[in-house]
Write a protein of this length. Structure first.
Length: 295
């Protein structure tokens, strides 16, 4: 439990740090590439699960060996990007001395807000001097600059996406492990094509995609509550579309927020993504508590 909690904290932190970094390094291609990589995580995990018969052939040592290999590859990629950026600095990086300092200052402003005369020597604003109100106002202004549409769009799609896993077992017949495997596989992997498609589809109205996801979610809740799973000819394409729309909205939201407010916009978008994912996980538990999920 402690390890899972620690991994979750690191995962949440990565969304509000890696995406601003990608925006500063590669702009639109950088954000799209990182988002596609995030989507590939589920695909890789599903392939590994299938090849190792649910992990039985891989074992604990094999699992952590694969994880270590990905971590080494990620660290090497990060070093390459930093070396390349040092040799080929952008105009913005030259103005601030180094690109790393520019990104660090922008990310710090997202976390701590602008400094004020009311800050104490420890770096925390003093409530008596209005530090809290200034801090809240700076974040409110930052969210408005990032754009409320992409922030709300990514929060909603994340909530829907992470509420769906709790319903997947109820969209196939009881004991049908093959159907459940493919339901899970499509949910895990189909976000990746949506993230790639985002580089070519200029989606600006997130409400339509969110609405389609919501309709699929309500149909899943209905099937779960009545104990009547739909035919796989309907459920498999629906899950694929659901996950694909999530990938599309997430990437386009990051691109929109990053375009509106640079690395700060990407950081706020990552924050709203994590809040939505947390809400979605709670919704999945709520469905079970209210006995909306049953056989």
């Amino acid at each position: 439990l402690v390890g899972s909690a620690a991994a979750g904290i690191l995962g949440c932190a990565s969304m509000v740090t890696f995406f601003p970094y990608a925006a500063s390094v590669g702009g639109v291609p950088g954000l799209t590439a990182l988002s596609t990589g995030v989507g590939a995580c589920g695909l890789v995990a599903q392939v590994m699960s299938g090849l190792s018969k649910g992990g039985a052939l891989l074992g604990i040592q094999g699992y952590f060996t694969v994880v270590l290999a990905f971590q080494v590859a990620g660290a090497a990629s990060f070093c390459f990007l930093e070396t390349h950026r040092a040799k080929h600095p952008t105009p913005e990086a030259e103005q601030t001395g180094t690109a790393t300092e520019a990104v660090s200052e922008q990310q710090l402003s997202v976390v701590a807000g602008p400094p004020s005369s009311g800050e104490s020597s420890t770096g925390f604003p003093e409530l008596a001097s209005g530090g809290l109100s200034k801090w809240l106002k700076s974040h409110a202004d930052g969210m408005r600059s990032s754009g409320l549409a992409p922030l709300l769009g990514i929060a909603l799609t994340a909530a829907l996406q992470y509420a769906m896993p709790g319903l997947l077992p109820y969209l196939c017949a009881k004991g049908d492990k093959v159907a459940l495997f493919w339901q899970t596989a499509l949910w895990n992997s189909c976000a990746m094509p949506g993230r790639i498609l985002a580089a070519y589809v200029p989606l600006s109205r997130f409400g339509i995609a969110n609405a389609v996801q919501a309709v699929i979610m309500m149909a899943a809740i209905f099937c779960s509550a009545t104990g009547q799973p739909p035919a796989l000819a309907f459920s498999l394409p629906a899950v694929a579309l659901f996950s694909g729309l999530h990938g599309l909205v997430v990437t386009r939201a990051f691109l929109a927020a990053g375009t509106n407010d640079g690395t700060s916009g990407a950081a706020y978008c990552g924050l709203f993504n994590q809040v939505g994912a947390w809400v979605g996980s709670l919704l999945s538990l709520l469905f079970v508590a209210l006995k909306l999920s049953k056989k």
